[in-house]
Design a protein. Structure first.
Length: 166
């Protein structure tokens, strides 16, 4: 569904793209809960899901970028799109590297107030909905470009201080 959302943005149907992105977020959550309730979740399933989440989000951001570029935003849209894509990857990478290095999952509580800024996966897809419905594509790309990088930096600072105390 995220692939369809990105395509909808790319061909100029921002509202449809936003609605599809939000629907994908909901279905992804439902799918995961069903797997857990039915005891069908697995380590490979979690890896597979996370990889497809990143690909889907990249397609949505790419579609939003193309929409903004075709709408006249030019190089600004491309720069924001690339920065948003990089920040999108950093969001997951910092958490995954933390888990690998410290041998425990990254608890979302570590993010403190940051978790309310819509920078997680579900928040980013909700922002795609907001962008599609309001037409504020560049604003959302800018928010994602800056916010995800600042969030990654804040996570690294907290992890560094935690490591120094250990």
């Amino acid at each position: 569904m995220t692939l369809a959302a990105g395509l909808a943005f790319a061909i100029g149907h921002a509202t449809t793209g936003g609605l599809l992105a939000q629907s994908a977020s909901v279905l992804d959550g439902v799918d995961g809960e069903i797997a857990r309730v039915r005891y069908q979740d697995s380590a490979f399933g979690g890896l597979y899901d996370a990889l497809f989440d990143r690909v889907g989000e990249a397609v949505v951001i790419g579609g939003m970028t193309l929409y903004a570029w075709l709408g006249g935003a030019g190089a600004t849209a491309v720069a924001l799109g690339f920065a948003a894509l990089a920040g999108n990857s950093l969001s997951m990478l910092v958490k995954e590297k933390y888990s690998a290095q410290f041998q425990r999952p990254f608890a979302m509580e570590r993010d403190g107030r940051w978790r309310w800024l819509l920078l997680g996966r579900d928040g980013r897809l909700f922002l795609a909905l907001f962008a599609g419905v309001t037409g504020q594509i560049e604003l959302v790309l800018a928010y994602l470009a800056v916010g995800t990088h600042v969030q990654a930096g804040a996570r690294l600072v907290r992890i560094r201080s935690e490591a120094a105390r250990a």
